[in-house]
Write a protein that binds this ligand. Structure first.
Ligand SMILES: [Zn+2]
Length: 270
């Protein structure tokens, strides 16, 4: 197993837990922490003062629980991560479907994006603060993102991360596995950002970041879960079963929606 010297150096500085594991000689566990993004997480600097003042200015409510929303209509939201893909775009056009692309700002290529697609930000906190990535995204796409999904999904997406995203104008995050959209309630305040969890994922791995909910995609459709959010990657399109998402959506009469359409119809102002 390869663990680079720099990674070990960072690991030692970053966490006593990792130091313990290093002394135990548990390189496997150490490697897991490095790969699972714990090091990057410890190194990320939240702008705490700004976040605190943002949070203090949010209106108080009488909430004692997260605000969940029940969706009666059968909605299927297909999403793709990392980069835009022409073949997927054409395929969707042919079958009358649509989806949302979460795009990495540092992989954005102006020429490869279509204006009629729902493009949103695929934030990567290991790279830089979100305002820098938003700025580049807006410059290249001409669009102001309202949604974000974290690349590698290593954030925990609890209060810190969600306050940080909300403070930066993000209205929807979609980085947690789950089935019910919610707004987080903290100290009597509902954060002005919706978590719209994904329930289907093209990665089978549970111990690296992503995983879906059921073992069979069709189960969600059979059980009339709504919304069903698919998370797929263009680079896995030849091995994943991304076309099944549309097949089941049609078979079980689900309506396709982009993240933006879903937000505008069900979440905005709630
Ligand atoms: Zn990604």
């Amino acid at each position: 197993m390869k663990v680079s010297k720099t990674s070990i150096g960072t690991a030692i500085k970053s966490s006593p837990e990792l130091l313990k594991e290093l002394f135990k000689g548990d390189l496997r566990m150490l490697n897991y922490h490095i790969k699972s993004g714990l090091i990057e997480r410890l190194r990320f600097k939240f702008p705490k003062e700004k976040m605190l003042s943002y949070f203090n200015n949010l209106p108080e409510t009488d909430c004692t629980d997260n605000n969940h929303i029940e969706i009666r209509e059968k909605i299927a939201i297909m999403t793709f991560d990392d980069v835009f893909d022409e073949e997927i775009y054409e395929y969707e056009n042919n079958i009358n479907a649509k989806s949302t692309f979460f795009l990495l700002s540092y992989k954005l290529n102006k020429n490869s994006i279509k204006k009629d697609v729902d493009l949103q930000l695929h934030y990567d906190a290991r790279y830089s603060q979100i305002d820098k990535q938003k700025e580049k995204f807006e410059k290249l796409t001409g669009k102001n993102p309202i949604a974000s999904r974290h690349h590698t999904l290593w954030w925990t997406h609890t209060h810190l991360e969600l306050i940080y995203l909300a403070m930066n104008g993000i209205k929807v995050d979609s980085s947690l596995p789950g089935i019910k959209p919610f707004r987080l309630c903290i100290q009597g305040k509902l954060l002005p950002i919706w978590e719209v969890p994904f329930s289907v994922c093209d990665s089978p791995s549970v111990l690296s970041a992503p995983y879906g909910i059921p073992s069979k995609m069709e189960t969600l459709f059979e059980k009339k879960i709504s919304p069903i959010v698919g998370l797929f990657h263009p680079y896995l399109k030849h091995q994943s079963r991304w076309k099944d998402f549309y097949k089941f959506s049609k078979k079980y009469r689900y309506k396709f929606m982009t993240v933006t359409e879903f937000y505008n119809k069900y979440l905005k102002g709630k």
